[in-house]
Design a binder for this molecule. Structure first.
Ligand code: UGA
Length: 358
């Protein structure tokens, strides 16, 4: 299978390459300006890396050729870090909507299967969160179903929603090209994939505010307190990157059932509040290091304004219905939160506490 992967050098892309390149039947052409996470594959004759962003004007001729020649295009290129949504809204809208559009058009022109990475944020907030009681008693009011749940998001001034809005518009463009012109597509909505190589540790190999896993790891590694935005009451479900990549592979290998579908990829059994996640991570780190003092690592409460700046508004809860992935892909995530955290944090520990080569 000839696969084009746009944004192949990031967290998901690097794990997808690890998985697919173990199988001799995959031939992969990828685009990414960054190769730090995928250096292990650069000598593989079944992988070609173009070190640029795919929609750079000078890259588009080569991208068009690759799309024409391939079986499937996987688009992972995105700005998907909440710290950017309200602080760099123009870049977020450009990267997640306008810069994806030429790729969608090329796939439509050549009728190439487009596997597009979207986001659980295309659901926005839950209905339950707007009810006076804020009740989560009824799954009808909070469970996220690919083909039924509406998008609910806050006002324009809350620029957190630039991302959800851009991603949803991209989903709608893809669907419209499918409906009017027969573009084959699959949309994947990831729900908090955790694993090695996610984001970066600020001041070590990146700057700014990464997503919560790397924020909490950075705090544990540096001795600084873990910070709970608005008390850490938002809820997330956590799924292993390895199981998530297995789902993507099942998508690629079952076109007859996965095409023209949208899939939630997440683990409904691993739900935590962010406050619970912080506590679980400090306890896990105490086990990994053998240093019981981490059990009491400081956790402080902060506000969204102080942490992210004005215009941040949170997704309250993300509980995926994954029955479609189970039915059509035969995919059932099994790794517990404890297992995911242990393996992931061990890898961060090994990477960031290893003695530096002289
Ligand atoms: C982000 C993206 O917006 C999604 O598209 C993506 O699917 C998702 O990550 C993902 O990893 O799958 P989100 O879960 O909101 O969504 O991103 P995080 O930065 O990981 O934040 C999770 C929660 O932790 C939020 O409630 C945030 O306010 C909180 N947080 C974050 C803290 O309390 N402390 C921190 O130091 C960092």
């Amino acid at each position: 299978m000839r696969v084009v992967i746009l944004g192949c050098g990031g967290f998901v892309g690097s794990h997808l390459l690890d998985n697919l390149l173990r199988d001799e039947s995959y031939l992969i052409e990828g685009w990414d300006p960054e190769d730090r996470k995928i250096r292990q594959h650069l000598d593989n004759p079944r992988f070609t890396l173009h070190r640029s962003i795919a929609n750079a004007p000078e890259a588009l001729v080569e991208v068009e050729r690759a799309i024409r020649e391939c079986d499937v295009v996987v688009n992972l290129a995105a700005i998907c870090n909440p710290a950017d949504y309200n602080t760099r809204p123009l870049s977020v809208i450009r990267a997640n909507l306008f810069e994806v559009y030429p790729i969608v058009e090329l796939c439509a022109k050549y009728k190439r299967w487009l596997v597009s990475f979207s986001t659980s944020e295309t659901y926005g907030r839950t209905i339950a969160s707007y009810l006076p009681a804020g009740t989560y008693d009824d799954p009808e009011l909070y469970e996220l179903r690919e083909d039924e749940t509406p998008l609910i998001m806050g006002p324009i001034r809350n620029q957190r929603w630039t991302y959800a809005c851009a991603k949803q518009m991209t989903e709608r463009l893809i669907y419209a090209h499918h409906d009017e012109e027969g573009l084959p597509f699959t949309i994947i909505r990831p729900l908090n994939f955790f694993g090695p190589r996610m984001d970066y540790i600020p001041t070590r190999d990146g700057d700014g505010v990464p997503r919560v896993l790397a924020c909490f790891m950075a705090a544990l590694l540096s001795g600084e307190p873990m910070q709970l935005v608005d008390g850490g009451q938002a809820r997330r479900t956590i799924v292993s990157i390895y199981e998530a990549v297995d789902a993507i592979r099942r998508v690629l290998e079952r076109p007859e059932t996965s095409q023209n579908q949208i899939f939630n990829i997440g683990n409904p059994n691993n739900e935590v509040t962010i406050a619970e996640l912080a506590d679980a991570m400090r306890r896990t780190y105490a086990r990994i290091t053998g240093d019981a003092r981490y059990n009491d690592h400081p956790i402080v409460v902060t506000t969204a304004d102080a942490f992210y700046g004005a215009g941040y508004e949170d997704c309250d809860r993300r509980m995926p219905d994954i029955s479609k992935a189970e039915r059509l892909l035969g995919w059932v995530p099994r790794m517990s939160l404890a297992e995911v955290l242990y393996g992931t944090m061990q890898s961060y520990h090994d990477t960031y506490t290893a003695p530096k080569a002289a």
